[in-house]
Design a protein around this ligand. Structure first.
Ligand code: NAP
Length: 285
């Protein structure tokens, strides 16, 4: 793609200061897009902007503070973005975590579910009017780990039994169910909604708390792909033709793939949507 391919386009990327998000931000900025880096740490976002400008001196970049673990922060980020931009062309829900220990968000939700699903759910819904004006694209960075997951409807916040893979896989399954339900709602608005698995990528998401985790992650990273390779499908959906054609689909290595049967369950997608509306307070607006 040429340096002007995305000129005039506004692209919001969550978690754009690290890993896959940083590579995608740099690449899309290099195509002329205006990038809104929605990140929780200002210093990290500023460092990322310096790095992007090293390879693309005239990159058009902007920072918006966003902590997906706080619904107040999500509302305030959405308000800032909507105030500064009439139109959004692409929203990339990229930020994500995999917490080894169970933690709670300030709103009282299990942290992985809050950051990976509830925060992006609310942010997306609050940005929908601007995305509609841009006939935009929404890209949810899910994971192949969704195949190991199920929705724990009786204990969604995993209060009874917590394990990092259980929490992460449930949240990534939620990303795909959200994509499905949202694509249906966006069909009449010319907004295209898709999700993807980036591959196993050597980034900061892998646990590095204690000595054992650091050794495990270091060993594992030798077998993982680079963030540059991992960002390819995100960049392709954001900038290529397919991302403006397909909707409600799941992609791996720039190819449409069938997700698990649990992720193709429309009743579950609707149940999650209704619950997420309640939990984020979207219904009471
Ligand atoms: N790496 C893989 O193998 C892999 C595989 C499948 C799917 N994915 C998905 O790819 C996406 C990107 O992850 P990555 O691998 O690039 O990991 P990463 O390098 O750790 O990047 C994650 C980003 O999310 C941000 N983030 C974390 N908590 C946040 C919060 N509360 N509010 C706002 N932003 C927050 C991080 O910010 P800080 O720098 O401030 O922590 C960071 O910018 C995630 O959704 C992940 O689930 C990754």
């Amino acid at each position: 793609m040429g340096a002007d391919a995305l000129k005039g386009k506004t692209i919001v990327i969550t978690g754009a200061n690290s890993g896959i998000g940083l590579v995608a931000a740099a690449s899309l900025a290099g195509m002329g897009g205006h990038i809104v880096l929605a990140c929780r740490r200002q210093e990290a976002a500023e460092q990322a902007m310096r790095e992007i400008r090293q390879s693309c001196a005239n990159a058009s970049l902007e920072f918006v503070p966003l902590d997906l673990a706080s619904l107040d922060s999500v509302r305030s980020a959405a308000q800032q973005i909507n105030m500064r931009h009439d139109r959004i062309d692409v929203l990339i829900n990229n930020a994500g975590i995999a917490n080894v220990r169970r933690e709670q968000s300030e709103d009282g939700f299990e942290m992985t579910f809050a950051v990976n699903h509830l925060g992006p759910f609310l942010l997306t819904n609050l940005l929908l009017p601007s995305l509609k004006l841009g006939r935009g694209r929404i890209i949810n960075v899910a994971s192949g780990a969704h195949k190991a997951g199920k929705m724990h409807w009786q204990d969604l916040q995993l209060q009874k039994r917590y394990f990092v893979i259980t929490a992460y896989a449930q949240s990534k399954l939620a990303n795909i169910l959200f994509t499905r339900a949202l694509a249906k709602r966006c069909a009449g608005m010319s907004i295209h909604v898709n999700c993807l698995h980036p591959g196993g990528v050597a980034t900061n998401i892998w646990p590095d708390g204690n000595w054992f985790q650091r050794c495990f992650s270091a060993l594992l990273k030798r077998f993982l792909i680079t963030p540059e390779e991992g960002a390819r499908t995100t960049i392709w959906l954001a900038s290529g033709e397919a991302g403006g054609r397909a909707t409600g689909k799941y992609f791996v290595r720039c190819r449409e793939r069938a997700p698990s049967s649990a992720a193709s369950d429309d009743a579950a997608a609707e149940k999650l949507w209704a619950l997420s509306e309640q939990l984020t307070g979207l219904t009471s607006r």
